[in-house]
Design a protein around this ligand. Structure first.
Ligand code: ADP
Ligand code: MG
Length: 707
């Protein structure tokens, strides 16, 4: 067995209990372990003079031992070892609890680099259980130590040790997946360098190069998978829809389509009716446009075309909430036109499911709207002619492939409200045909956006009072769910893979909603976040929709698709933590009705780039402009990153690419994927064997990574 496939339980020091903990982290083999990337790094290289140390901060100090360690017994079997150490600026007591062997480790006159948290009691400072490394002039110690997502009893030390073992065992097997000419063209580190340095970085620079390479890989592999999939797909034929008269549908639409909508509908009708006889080349089109631009009606026109030509249509959305909303929007319209519409999601009862599945396979149901429950194996269709996939990037590539399999003669229409930069859309969508809806329905008001800091809080509260008094509703978005005790936030000297610098503390939805409930007792303040049960979320959302809840605090779960026309104010706390496109989407939650609407971005950030980004939000409402600028300022990370905006890559979620701040990476990945497939369209030459192996493994892995 190759070492990479070796179970982690074979490593030294890993018994049943630790093996189970690894399992919890999703780590079974050495390969999994090597691809379990650190979340950040202790930076022990920044040495602080004792006199400048602050209580509560985790830092490095270079200190010489000045008293012999003494051990005392405390209550029960507890022990404490204490001694003093000093540098040029002061001295401190060093304390180890329950580590009696520490008494014999340290000796007067020896110098160590201590990394730990300084504590203060009654004016006396001590360092509690610091990491100690013997320090010798002229023998530099490593600066950076990886910190990982853990599961007890695995700790940092055990994980680091296991990773080192794994890297040593697998060294000769880390064949590079990227051909060397492409590596040199884009100045990419080798795979073995990257994997070693992401875990055991020699320097900050090496870490940066490692992270950049691994970010590239994630996007490169996605770009390849998308292209390979699409190649299969475009070869296929789908049902040609000969009857192009959609006027019966258009007559049921209560408004005049915008120019952009008409163009999009035209594109679709042309695609669906192209070809000869009963075959049309399969349509693969993406409909991109800001929230509220009216994509649904365009998709509905396509659905009409499909059912009016005797086939069935499917609409798949990434969440239950979105599926329900589509169903509520579209069902009445199509029922009037004489079609049968059903909804199928994870929470559909078993009996209902059976009934719907029967109706889909015998063709008595024309249109089905749902979540990924639609691609379960036993859902079959009599004649599926069209698949509409909303926010497709949130489905794993394997799920998209499965959707295609299910519908060998169906056309594909994808919708996305996330205007993403062109280079990134090439990676994520390959060469899908694009219809951009870059025009808002008439009468849509502009949302006034302001950017303020904490000093504005009192006035902001007054503004909330005013909105409430006028009958408006309010969203408050926080970046975190709950306050978490994380040693990253105690000021520890750590660096992230791509350093983002110091950040103001995080507001969390749960705690902040309590504060707001006290301040606005009549607003029925409630909160909603992604960790709540779907039933709970649905309940809160419907109470917000009905106007019972007037102020809703949330994480970004409300980001996609929700429509509450009465909402007039969107407040985003810690706005610096969000991607601009994400902020833009959040802003799109208000201004959907007749009320004059506002978006307030609250941030105390001192970072110059962060401030510029927030200022940009106050200047433009164009999602495409914002996306391009955001890519330039922050790299692709925000488009791939957190929560609501999360995108699924070929191997599941993006880990490195989501942190990457290099705007050139997506372009490089897209270009490289095209170049590689040009050279070898099926990747079957020996040169691409490692890449092929990695892709097929990632494809099967991403099958299991849906929310
Ligand atoms: P999104 O593109 O975000 O999915 P929707 O399709 O949900 O946007 O449309 C948002 C709202 O705008 C809906 O209430 C829809 O009925 C309305 N709408 C769409 N197109 C027009 C139009 N051309 N004129 C007026 N209202 C429209
Ligand atoms: Mg929509």
């Amino acid at each position: 067995m190759a070492n990479l496939d070796m179970p982690v339980s074979k490593l030294d020091g890993i018994g049943k209990v630790k093996d189970a903990a690894f399992e919890k982290l999703g780590i079974r083999t050495l390969r999994d372990l090597i691809y379990h990337f650190p979340t950040r790094y202790e930076n022990r290289g920044v040495v602080t003079p004792l006199a400048e140390g602050k209580a509560g901060m985790t830092q490095s100090y270079i200190l010489t031992v000045s008293t012999e360690p003494k051990m005392a017994r405390l209550r029960g079997s507890m022990t404490v070892v204490k001694f003093r150490a000093f540098d040029d600026s002061g001295s401190v007591e060093i304390v180890y609890f329950n580590q009696p062997y520490m008494r014999d480790k340290f000796h007067v006159g020896e110098t160590y680099r201590f990394y730990g948290k300084l504590t203060e009691k009654l004016g006396r400072y001590s360092l509690a259980s610091p990491v100690a490394e013997l320090y010798k002039e002229g023998e530099p110690l490593p600066d950076l130590y990886a910190v990982y997502r853990l599961s007890p009893p695995l700790n940092k030390r055990v994980l680091r040790e296991c990773v080192s073992q794994a890297l040593a065992l697998c060294k000769s097997e880390l064949y590079d997946t990227v051909p060397s000419d492409i590596r040199s063209k884009y100045s990419l580190a080798s795979l073995s360098f990257a994997l070693e340095n992401i875990h055991i970085p020699e320097t900050l620079d090496a870490l940066d190069r490692a992270a950049r390479r691994l970010a590239f890989d994630e996007l490169f592999e996605t770009a390849l998978a998308v292209r390979l999939m699409r190649k299969k797909q475009t070869k296929a034929f789908a049902t040609r829809m000969v009857n192009t008269d959609i006027s019966p549908f258009i007559k049921t639409v209560p408004f005049e389509l915008t120019g952009a909508q008409k163009r999009a509908v035209n594109d679709i009708v042309t695609d669906l009716s192209a070809g000869e006889g009963s075959d049309a080349p399969r349509m693969s089109r993406i409909l991109v446009g800001d929230v509220g631009c009216g994509k649904t009606v365009c998709a509905a026109a396509a659905v009409f075309m499909a059912v009016n030509n005797g086939t069935q249509a499917l609409i798949m959305a990434p969440t239950e909430i979105l599926a329900s909303q589509h169903h509520a929007d579209l069902a009445p319209q199509f029922v009037v036109l004489g079609y049968r519409v059903e909804k199928l999601t994870g929470s559909t009862t078993a009996a209902e499911k059976r009934r719907i599945k029967a109706g889909l396979s015998d063709g008595s149901i024309d249109i089905v709207i749902g979540t990924h429950a639609l691609i379960e194996d036993d859902v079959t269709f009599r004649a599926l002619g069209l698949c509409v996939c909303d926010e497709q990037h949130r489905f794993g590539i394997a799920q998209r492939a499965k959707l295609l399999e299910k519908s060998p003669r169906a056309h594909m229409l994808v919708m996305s409200a996330t205007p993403i930069p062109r280079t990134l859309s090439l990676v994520l969508y390959g060469d899908l045909a694009i219809s951009r809806i870059d025009e808002m329905p008439a009468g849509r008001q502009k949302v006034d956006t302001v950017y303020v800091n904490e000093n504005y809080r009192t006035r902001l509260n007054g503004f909330i009072d005013k909105q409430l008094a006028e009958g408006g509703q309010i969203y408050v978005v926080c970046p975190a769910v709950e306050q978490v005790e994380d040693d990253a936030d105690d000021g520890a000297a750590t660096v992230s893979v791509f350093d983002i610098g110091a950040q103001p503390p995080l507001k969390s939805a749960v705690e902040f909603s309590a504060e707001l409930a006290e301040r606005f007792p009549r607003a029925n303040v409630a909160y909603i976040h992604g960790k709540m049960r779907p039933a709970e979320k649905n309940d809160i959302m419907s109470r917000f929709v009905s106007g019972d809840i007037k102020l809703l605090v949330s994480t970004t779960v409300i980001e996609v698709g929700i429509n509450v026309p009465n909402a007039s104010l969107m407040i985003v706390e810690n706005a610096e933590r969000f991607g601009l496109s994400q902020l833009h989407q959040l802003r799109g939650r208000v201004g959907r009705g007749t009320r004059k609407s506002y978006c307030v971005l609250v941030s105390d950030t001192e970072g110059e780039v962060a401030r510029q980004r927030l200022k940009l939000m106050t200047k433009t409402n164009d999602g495409f402009v914002i996306a391009e600028e955001d890519l330039k300022m922050r790299g692709p990370g925000d488009f791939l990153g957190t929560d609501g905006a999360r995108q699924s890559g070929v191997g599941g979620n993006y880990r490195m690419a989501a942190l990457c701040q290099d705007p050139a990476i997506p372009e490089a990945a897209g270009e490289a994927a095209a170049a590689v497939l040009e050279r070898d369209p099926t990747l079957s030459s020996p040169e691409f064997a490692p890449l092929r192996a990695r892709l097929s493994r990632a494809m099967s892995a991403s099958e299991t990574t849906m929310n």
